[in-house]
Structures are given as C-alpha cells and as structure tokens.
Design a protein around this ligand. Structure first.
Ligand code: ZN
Length: 421
C-alpha cells in the first residue's frame, strides 16, 4: 500500500496547485504520516524501499539517474537521505490532474489491486469519494440507462442487489425498484423493504427476511451511525415519484427508523423509513416527521393546522412529562438541567407514515434520552403486563401515574415492530 499512497500524495499536489515535484526530505515525513494513519507499518526503511520501487512507473518522476541502492546492498532510506532526489508526478500526469474530478479517477487506478477496505481507507484519508455520500460529478436527478451504468459511475456498485453496504460500515446506496410489495413511496419519505426471502424466479415472498442479512444489517448501521444513503429510483409504471424508464439518482436519505412486521405476504419483512436529507423546506420536514397528512396533500389551507398541531404535540408532551415529574418511566432516573427536570416525550406507536400513531397521551411515554433511543430502536419493549424487556438497567415494570393511561394496544404495536429473533 506504500506505492498507492505515494502516487496519491503526488497527485494531490497537482490538484492543490502545489509544485509538481518535492525533495525527498519533505516527502518522507508526509508519506510516513499517511501510511501510519491508514494503518500500516511506516519505518523509514520500508517507506523508502517501496517508494524507490516506483522509479519505473510512468506516473512518477524520480529525479536521479544513477543506479539504485537496492542492488548494491545499501539501505534505501540512507541512500535517499544522502541524495535527496526530487519526487513528483510525471509531467503528463500532473497536467491531467489539474482537471476536475480527475483525482477520483486517478485514485481508482492507483489503489486498484489493494484489498477494497484498504483502498477505501486511503481514499478517505485524501478526502476522495470512497463510496458514501454524493458521488462527485453526479448531481441529484442524474439519469442512468440501466443498472450497468449505475455501477460504471459508482452510484450503486452492484447490478443485482438493492442494497450496497455491510454491517460494519453501513449502506452506501439503495435502489428503489418497486420489486417489493411492502415498499411505499411518498417522495421525500420512502418506506423501504429490506432484502431476502423472495423466490428468485417468481419474485414472490416465500420466507421471512432477517435483520442480520448483509444489506438489512447495513441499513441498521446507517441508522445508528446517522450516515445518509444514496437513493436511486428504478422504473415504475404510473408512479409520480419514479421514472417511467431508466434509473434516477434522487439524493441522500437518512435512515430514520427501522422495524420488522408481517408483510402483505404474511412473511416477516424488514422495513426502513428513509427521509430525504437536503433541499427540503421546513414545511416539508414538519409534514414528514410530525404530521400524518396523506401523501401529496399540500393544500395551502393546511399550513395553519400544521403549526397548531406541532404546538399541540409539544403541550401534550409537556403535560405528560409534568405528570411524571420528569422521572423516566422505564429506568426511574430523573434528570435535571439547571434545576429543571429534563425528560423526553416518546411516541409508542411511531407517528408519520406508515404507522400513523396518534399524538395522544396514551401514545406517549416520559423517558430519559437514553431510554428514548433504546425504546425507539426496540432495545426496550413493554409486555402486556407492563413488564420491561431490555438488556439495560430498568425498573422492571413501566412506571405509571394516575392521570396518564398508557395504551396497551400501542405497546403491542411497538413490540411487534421488533420481534425477538
Ligand atoms: Zn431512562
């Protein structure tokens, strides 16, 4: 990996407008630093020997003419230190890299042959696109003829799978193609079905999906790490959100929630609520995150009620928290900030599509922030008898107070979103 690092170091100089060549004495420190940062050994002799090995490369210009030390039994680092040759990209490569997007293409070639994870680390160090986020040169709305074209431009690097990613790093991109009957598309909000459990020839759901399958686990990681995912919509007939032919890159979406349920086929499916990240109006965010308006309902007259509703939810949540004196209903902790109790109003049955839980007191819990996160992600569920199921410290039973009736049907709905494996 030393050689790709040296090539990219030289390439980055070109894109930054720095002089084409630098003396070895300057380069040495930078290279050792980068190599150590991306996780390899970086003693002087190893770095020097590998970099010296590049002198035959057409991409690199190494300003020395005499024979190399390698065939004469001298240590490469000593030899380079004494002569201090100039090191940099060849003339042609340097000029090419002044162009836009060129560094990305160059990086691709430079790290080719390395294990994928190592190549990614090196690219990330140099701030070069490594799979996540916007693909340089591919703005939102870009059309692609087919899946092969998506792979070609690195927008979605698998021709068959709907999800690219893994449990460790999260998901880079998903293709919403309408192949899954449980998908729902509301434009800025997509209910996305995980993969697996389908018959390959008929496309029918014939088995349960597993939250541990690579792509499904990747989307859970994206949710936990809050790293947005590229969404590509495939062709669908008569759907205002999808292209009628070809594939369209539709921007970055946050994986806001995940859960499981029996799908239309009666088999267990993994579902994800994807919410568009950028370019959304405050109004649209309110509508998607808080409100329960049906898709496409954008009558101007609704705006007043939007504000009313947000205000009402706040007041309701405040009332519930006051009733509990800000004591967490699952762990019993009471937080105070500057002498004022602090808790959060947590919806039991989630609001918004597709759950459409009510913003009523029987659908709210008073939780501390920790328990709120755990509850929202199914790490805490409440049984019918109000006993708490969780691996985390808790008070055994849901703490209840007079005047705040918790809806058992809401608890059941929440429980079913996170079935035990
Ligand atoms: Zn708590």
């Amino acid at each position: 990996m030393h050689q790709p690092v040296a090539l990219l170091w030289a390439a980055q100089r070109a894109t930054k407008g720095e002089p084409r060549v630098a003396p070895w004495h300057d380069a040495r420190g930078h290279l050792a630093e980068i190599i150590a940062a991306v996780g390899d050994r970086a003693d002087d002799e190893t770095v020097a020997a590998r970099v010296l090995g590049l002198r035959g490369s057409p991409l690199l210009d190494f300003h020395f003419r005499t024979s190399s030390p390698l065939e004469r039994g001298v240590r490469a680092d000593q030899w380079l230190d004494e002569r201090n040759p100039l090191l940099g990209l060849s003339d042609g490569a340097y000029r090419t890299l002044a162009g836009e997007g060129a560094l990305e293409r160059f990086a691709e070639i430079a790290v080719d042959g390395l294990p994928k994870s190592q190549g990614r680390l090196i690219r990330e160090y140099f701030g070069i696109f490594a799979g996540f986020g916007e693909v340089p040169g591919v703005p939102e709305g870009t059309m692609f003829e087919n899946r092969a074209a998506l792979v070609e431009r690195r927008v979605h690097i698998n021709r068959q799978w709907g999800i690219v990613g893994n449990r460790e790093r999260g998901a880079e991109s998903v293709v919403v193609s309408g192949g899954y009957e449980d998908d729902e598309d509301y434009g800025d909000v997509i209910i996305y079905t995980g993969h697996g459990g389908r018959d390959s020839s008929t496309g029918k759901q014939i088995a349960d999906q597993s939250i541990d399958d690579t792509g499904n686990a990747a989307l859970v990681t994206s949710h936990v790490n809050q790293v947005p995912v590229r969404v590509i919509r495939g062709p669908r007939k008569n759907d205002k959100h999808a292209p009628s032919s070809g594939y369209r890159y539709d921007g970055l979406f946050q994986v806001e929630k995940f859960w499981q349920r029996r799908g239309l086929s009666k088999f267990q499916v993994c579902l994800y609520r994807l919410v568009k990240v950028a370019g959304r109006s405050v109004e649209a965010q309110r509508r998607d995150n808080v409100l329960l308006l049906p898709a496409g309902n954008e009558q101007p007259g609704r705006k007043t009620s939007t504000v009313d509703r947000v205000t009402r939810i706040r007041a309701l949540s405040q009332a519930v928290k006051d009733l509990h004196n800000h004591v967490c209903q699952t762990c019993g902790i009471r937080l105070a900030v500057a002498g004022r109790g602090y808790a959060e109003g947590a919806h039991i049955k989630p609001v918004g599509q597709p759950h459409n839980g009510n913003d009523t007191a029987d659908n709210l819990l008073c939780l501390c922030p920790n328990c709120h996160v755990l509850f929202d992600n199914g790490e805490i569920v409440i049984e019918e008898d109000f006993s708490i199921v969780s691996d985390y410290p808790n008070s055994g039973f849901l703490r209840r107070v007079n005047g705040h009736e918790v809806g058992v049907e809401n608890l059941a709905y929440h429980r079913n979103l996170f079935p035990k494996a």
